[in-house]
Structure formats: structure tokens, C-alpha cells
Design a protein around this ligand. Sequence first.
Ligand code: NAD
Length: 255
Amino acid sequence: MTGENGNMNRVLDRRALVTGGSGGIGYDVARALAEEGADVAVQWHRNQVEADKIVELISKSGRKGLAVQADLQDPKSVRSMRDALHEKFGKIDVLINCAGINRDSLFARMTDEQWEEVIQVNLSGVYHCCKAFVEEISASGHGRIINISSLVGQMGNIGQVNYAASKSGMIGFTKALARELARDKATVNVVAPGFIDTPMVQKIPDKVKQKILSQIPMGRFGTPREVAMSVVYLASPEADYVTGAVLNLNGGMYL
Ligand code: NAD
């Protein structure tokens, strides 16, 4: 049934945590999940103002929202976030791992710190979050883990050895965990966006942007909303039988 706001309640009464929920894509993911009937907690790292804004939007759509702080590099911080969620929000059945960073540099000049930081946040962060929440997600009987990887993890990119390794690692991680959680009817999937119109892409120099656009068969960047709606699909009962999948959103750039 279509709801008052034209939405379909695709994820009615699910309880989701979106990491990086105060960022470009995470913001739209959190909003779309709430519009489609879920309660949504958003994890923030340094930007509480943006997290509070999204929680206000979630509340306006009639759902419960909560902003929680955590540094995903630190397993203790992730466990404290889980305890705070249990106290103020409840157990979750949907985890969207959306937080991510890039520290780009040609490999010859890449520092150990740039390597470590990207692997810590993008890959170990996913590990820490899955570890903290896997029990309740499995116990729900319809659990969902959705990992936001990247086209760069599939085809590589100059200056992004660290980022590509983290995003490609996420795909192997997802496939292995999908096999383990299938018996609990929990699914684990990847969404792999190409170039999405967010600050991460807006800061690319114009000349480089034009070159990228010429390599996208659809001739445009994707939108955060398009990524968000693919997450809603994977979180919904319509995707009950989809697990270990990589859903590409790249305008045909990588097939
Ligand atoms: P963004 O920079 O707007 O958001 C990233 C989020 O990660 C922020 O909310 C930030 O607070 C959080 N974060 C960073 N370090 C953290 C830490 N140590 N602990 C906890 N949180 C931390 O980025 P975005 O463009 O919205 O990208 C979101 C996700 O999508 C990322 O994983 C990114 O790699 C992926 N992605 C983005 C694009 C794109 O074109 N923008 C393309 C493919 C994949």
C-alpha cells in the first residue's frame, strides 16, 4: 500500500543503523529508510550538527531517529555505540556500513599512515561494526548487512591503491559472511557505487571530472538518492533471497 507521502513502507518497522549517516550518501540512505518506514540511528564521527539535522528529518517522517557518536577505527568506541543504541533505541536488524574515507596518493608517495588509516576506517570499521551487531542481526530472523563499497574496488584507480584495497576487501568479506549468515535468513550484500554527485566527487578538478564523464556510458554521475533506493531494496523483504550480491550503480562504467 502506498503511504501518505507516496512511499511504500518497503522497510516498515525495521530498525537500522547507518554508519557515516551524517555524510553525503549516508544522509540520503538514512532519510530514504525512514521515509520507507524504518526507525533509523545515524552514526557520526566529527559532525554532530549534520547528524542532528538528519535525525530531525527522520522524526518529521514519523519514525524514531537517534544520532550516535563513534570512531569506527576503535572497537571499544563501536561497542560503546552499540550499548548506547541498546539503551536509547533498541536492537537493530539492519546495518548499513556507509562510513568511508579516501587518502589519495600515487603509490610511490603513499605514506604508511595513508595506507593504515584507509584500511582501518573502510575495512576494519566494517569488521568492528559487523562483529558488534552480528548477534542481534542474526537473531532477528530477517537481518540485513549492506556494505557500501565502490567501483574503484572492482576496477582500481590511479592514486587509490589503499582505497581500492579496502573496497575490494569489503566484497570478499561480504561474500564470506553471507555464506555464514544464510542459515539465519540474514543477508549480506554490497552496493558498489561509481561516481556519485557528492562532495567527494565535487572536489575533483573540472578537467578530470570531464574525463571521467566521458568514460561513463550514461554520461552523468549518479545521485545519492539512487544509491539510497538500492539500499532500501536490499533492506526490504523483496530482497529476502538476495545474498552475497554486488549491486553495481555506475551508469555502465564497469560491467
Ligand atoms: P562522506 O565523506 O560524505 O561521508 C563519509 C562518512 O564517513 C562521514 O559521515 C564521516 O563522518 C564518516 N567517517 C569518516 N571517518 C570515520 C571514522 N573514523 N569513524 C566513523 N566515521 C567516520 O562520503 P560519501 O561520498 O557520502 O561516501 C559514503 C560511502 O560511499 C563511503 O564509504 C565511500 O567510500 C562510498 N562511495 C562514495 C562514492 C562517491 O562518489 N561519493 C562512490 C563510491 C563509493
